[in-house]
Ligand binder design. Structure first.
Ligand code: NCD
Length: 311
């Protein structure tokens, strides 16, 4: 995609080149003040309506899409799975068309099935814009963008000097996949990974990354440590022996973090399993930027909605 191309849908980050990624991250950085405080006199998306179509649970992503749309002056519909006709067997495509018929043109969609959001492109009206808010273990593009914005705020724009370590359940994590696309596109110097063998990513996702048998080796001298949630809803039984063992071998506690650079930042997309992939003292400690990730989520989603709505 050329630097000035406009996106119609945001389904995955691997479709975006470096210039487009940087343009979105720059715009999100510029929107941060409006994302946090709002500006009632600025309503570039007035008259537009966004629906949150979440077929999986969410706290951060759904709320931040809602706030992002509201802070751009759009109206927001929060589709409530528990009381909707999806419970009566209505398909996701019929649900989309029903909302389109009511004038909804922007959709943030989360689904447990890989590729479910991309599959909707064939069913939607030409004026509809889709944003993948997480599909199965495949993609979570807005999380990837907000993670890159967070890294950039602390480490600057030159990612080639950075060692980024990823710990935990990488195999089942759509966040990991989107982060990896973005980190590679932005030229990250070294990407190190450590996880129990059953939770390491497939070879194609791990291309160009260093896989370590010991978490300590992945974390050593890292500038950024990304902890990932143990995705128990996406794994077969028995991939992890015990939660205590997982924390000991792969979790991020103060001792392991001390191996990273002194100014290393610690990230986690949330929701956290405290004491499983991350210790309280680290999650709430001075190197944690986990709350900043959440704040950046609103700005990033504003930038994405603005770009898609304008295309
Ligand atoms: C992530 C998700 O749903 O993929 N959460 C999020 O969007 N911040 C990560 C997770 O569920 O572990």
């Amino acid at each position: 995609m050329s630097p000035h191309a406009t996106l119609r849908h945001l389904l995955a980050l691997n479709a975006l080149d470096r210039a487009t990624l940087e343009r979105l991250i720059d715009r999100a950085a510029a929107l941060r003040p409006k994302a946090l405080d709002g500006d009632p006199s600025w309503r570039p998306l007035a008259g537009r309506t966004m629906a949150n179509l979440f077929f999986e649970p969410s706290t951060r992503t759904r709320t931040s899409f809602q706030l992002a749309a509201a802070r751009l002056g759009a109206e927001v519909v929060n589709f409530d799975m528990a009381t909707s006709s999806a419970r009566k067997g209505e398909t996701i495509a019929d649900t989309l068309r029903t909302l389109e018929a009511m004038g909804v043109s922007l959709f943030a969609v989360r689904h447990a099935v890989d590729g479910a959001v991309a599959a909707l492109v064939a069913d939607c009206a030409p004026s509809t814009r889709l944003i993948n808010a997480g599909d199965g273990r495949s993609h979570h593009p807005t999380q990837g963008l907000l993670d890159m914005l967070t890294i950039r705020q602390h480490k600057g724009t030159d990612f080639s000097r950075l060692k980024v370590a990823m710990l935990g359940d990488i195999r089942h994590s759509r966040v990991a996949r989107s982060d990896l696309h973005a980190l590679r596109a932005l030229g990250a110097g070294e990407i190190a990974m450590a996880a129990p063998p059953a939770l390491l990513p497939e070879a194609d996702s791990a291309a160009g990354c260093r896989l370590h048998a010991l978490a300590d080796d992945a974390v050593r001298d890292a500038d950024v440590v990304i902890c990932l949630r143990l995705q128990r809803e996406r794994m077969e039984e028995g991939l992890v022996d015990s939660l205590e063992g997982f924390y000991r071998d792969w979790g991020l506690g103060p001792q392991r973090l001390a191996l990273a650079r002194r100014d290393a930042i610690v990230m986690h997309p949330g929701p956290m399993n405290r004491g499983v992939e991350i210790a309280d003292a680290v999650a709430d400690g001075p190197q944690s930027v986990i709350r900043e990730q959440v704040s950046n989520g609103v700005a990033v989603r504003m930038a994405v909605l603005e770009m898609l709505a304008g295309s």
